[in-house]
Design a protein around this ligand. Structure first.
Ligand code: P6P
Length: 338
């Protein structure tokens, strides 16, 4: 019976293996980590899409290192990612947005040559309102030479040292987007077969249509950022204006801008002088992906990828999206904020 369709069906496993072929000295370890993140995504997705029914909605009553209420789903997502990765011998250390300190590999397991950082469920405060949330991860090679447990030095690396990064957005559909430094590729979960299928090959940022920021804080922003925001709205001498889209879930906002074109920014303000977003768990991985899609990411003063982190949970201002829009933010900040 001839195949009725000539559409090539590419699963994420197939794609990750094809990506590995581009690295002759690859041992398959990185491939296996990416595959495990896809498995974690399927498990987490199965809970987020029926949170209201799985009595897993709501808060645990605990507060995390960020001072944020830990949602049941946060805790579930964190546990799933840890359990899928703690015993494989591929990692020497992990770091989670939900854990105050670095997470060692249990002593009964061997240590590997990679580092995994993850935000198990970004935007989780939106879960109760059925707003899209997501998982973010980044992978580094260990910096310390020996084969023993990884250290904080292995975790505090620049974004320019990222080997692979990705996110999963749990929305109207579940999508996994990842890059190993060879472009950005998107996969949509087909729940009927439990597979992520290639739906968005080689994503490139299109011409900008949107700008995303919480303008409720505008009075707390610097003069340069306020002028930049007015410029985006077609003022301050600009003849173009963009549409404002702000969901309040960074993954959902940046994912829309990745596919539709635009800039997302969470500036420093009088209340949060270093901004709100975490350098290691949010800014670095999302910046890696957007830059792989032809965009640019900045603190407002310098590229995110060049910053040497000094603390596990340090925060940073973030401007990320179409290069010309992020560079315009840097221009306004340099001109008006000194
Ligand atoms: P605000 C979610 O809590 C988050 O960390 C990001 O996902 C989101 O972009 C940001 O905070 C929203 O913050 O202050 O605008 O509500």
């Amino acid at each position: 019976m001839p195949l009725r369709t000539n559409k090539r069906i590419v699963t994420i496993e197939r794609h990750i293996l094809d990506e590995q072929a581009a690295f002759p000295d690859a041992t398959g370890t990185l491939t296996a980590i990416l595959y495990d993140m896809a498995v974690a995504a399927k498990l987490i997705s199965s809970h987020t899409t029926r949170a209201g029914l799985a009595d897993i909605i709501g808060a645990t009553g605990e507060v995390n290192v960020q001072g944020e209420e830990v949602q049941l789903l946060d805790e579930y997502a964190h546990r799933i990612i840890f359990q899928l990765n703690d015993h494989t011998g591929r990692l020497c250390v992990m770091g989670s947005e939900e854990e105050k300190e670095i997470i060692p590999i249990p002593s009964k397991y061997t240590c590997g040559k990679y580092v995994l950082l993850f935000d198990p469920l970004d935007g989780s405060s939106n879960i109760d309102f059925n707003v899209s949330v997501g998982t973010i991860f980044s992978i580094f090679r260990r910096k310390t030479e020996f084969d023993g447990p990884g250290t904080l030095e292995d975790v505090l690396q620049k974004g320019s040292d990222i080997v692979a990064a990705g996110y999963i957005v749990y929305g109207s559909s579940t999508m996994m987007v990842y890059s190993t430094g060879n472009g950005v590729h998107g996969f949509t979960l087909d729940p009927s077969i439990g597979e992520f299928l290639l739906s968005h090959p080689n994503i490139r940022l299109p011409e900008a249509r949107f700008y995303s920021a919480n303008q409720g804080y505008q009075s707390r922003w610097s003069d340069g950022v306020q002028r930049y925001t007015r410029w985006l709205r077609g003022e301050e001498g600009n003849t173009q204006s963009l549409s404002l889209r702000y969901i309040g879930s960074m993954i959902a906002d940046i994912h829309r801008n990745l596919l539709g074109g635009g800039v997302f920014y969470y500036p420093a303000d009088t209340k949060s002088p270093n901004g709100k977003l975490r350098m290691l768990f949010e800014a670095q991985p999302m910046s890696f992906i957007i830059e792989q899609a032809g965009g640019y990411a900045s603190t407002g003063r310098q590229p995110i990828r060049d910053i040497q982190p000094t603390q596990l949970h340090q925060r940073t201002p973030l401007y990320v999206g179409n290069r010309e829009l992020v560079e315009k933010a840097e221009e306004f900040i340099a001109k008006y904020d000194g």
